[in-house]
Ligand binder design. Sequence first.
Ligand SMILES: Cc1ncc(COP(=O)(O)O)c(C=O)c1O
Ligand SMILES: N[C@@H](CCCC[NH3+])C(=O)O
Length: 441
Amino acid sequence: MTRPDPDTLSLLASRPSLRMDVQDGLLFEDVPLHLIAERLGTPCWITGAGTLRRRTRNLHHAFVQAGLDVALHYAMKANDHLATLTVLREEGCGADVVSGGEFLRAVHAGIDPAHIVFSGVGKTNAELTLALRHGIGQINIESVEELRRLSSVAQHLDLTARVVLRVNPDIDAGTHDKISTGRAGDKFGIDWERVPAIYAEAAALPGIEPIGLATHIGSQILSPAPFKAAYARVAEMVRTLRAQGLSVETVDCGGGLGIRYRDELAPPPSALAGAIRETLGDLDVRLAIEPGRWLAAPAGVLLTSVIDTKHQPEGVPNFLILDAAMNDLARPSLYGSWHGIVPLSPERAHADLVPQTVVGPVCESSDVFATARPLPALQPGDVVAILDSGAYGAVMSSTYNSRPFAAQAMVENGQWQQIRARQPVDALWTGEMLPDWLETQ
Ligand SMILES: Cc1ncc(COP(=O)(O)O)c(C=O)c1O
Ligand SMILES: N[C@@H](CCCC[NH3+])C(=O)O
């Protein structure tokens, strides 16, 4: 069965931060996007601060409504720009980090290390040392090997690490294979059967204070059922550990809440809150979540201009060649992800639709943003916005094909400002050196 693509009007109808104005074209948080494209050029990422704030408040509200006090630790891998982190800090978020670099970025953005959780399947001694020295609030441990290593790092520093064991509940999140993390055999989390013994070992190890459990089963999850199943298992483990006389104070429920990119029926935050309340609500534990995509994805668009329209034989969709590519937004080429594409110009947005295959200039056949997508006929120089690219967008960019990192701007309440310079071309080879036996020209 073919799945129809939503048209511009229906895409915009479900995105309150975006609006098509008859004169100014596509507005994001009341800023005409063509102004930014004209000033900064394309490709250019735009982050909506107001959208970040609104979504954080909505998420928080859903938990308050469910009678739960849940800390929000923003998974900054989704979008780690300092301006994004600053907005989310202002909204009361801590951070979930997965590297020493992310940790220092979060601290640089003013996030209190006590409100930072260090996740990730491989943390080096240097990263653990850095985090402990700064007084990190929680380290999520992924294996007994890492636990023992952390114990010696902490002892060496004469510090105590507050540790949460990330458990692998063996639940299929029903999402894309490449972003599933909670099945037995995935590299993440501690095998279910080994958790009680490892928790007991943690309680006995010097420099370690085990304070709870964490789980994160994947990303872009579109049903409350896998969340509920995973949290029910975690609740069962909390009871098992307590029955052994071990103290469990906190449960970190991870991230993963999905959003509507195309026509998905994404569960509202109240469904996540309900799943947590039902399974963990009466355990007397401190609760936290680690949302990334849900907060950041709809708060970002990528502006890109048409370079050419490449005509194809009758019956074959023409190619629309953009100046953004898979090195900028990797998701479509990596996961076959669908992103809405909306022209900035009001006339174009309302024109007849013809199927077009939207590609970037990178020399890879997978550099495709959309296949046979119904879009209005566009001309070279026309600018389009690729929607919902605020999470796992700019952060996953590379300079493949010697394409510089794109510029970035932030909008809020009708105002806008540049937040990242376009990378100068000669910065692409900064840091490269020639060995002595080669001659410079
Ligand atoms: C440990 C952990 N927490 C939180 C997240 C954020 O996930 P999402 O962006 O789907 O909310 C991730 C990424 O999947 C993760 O690995
Ligand atoms: N990069 C993925 C999400 C990965 C989540 C990280 N654990 C995406 O763009 O959908």
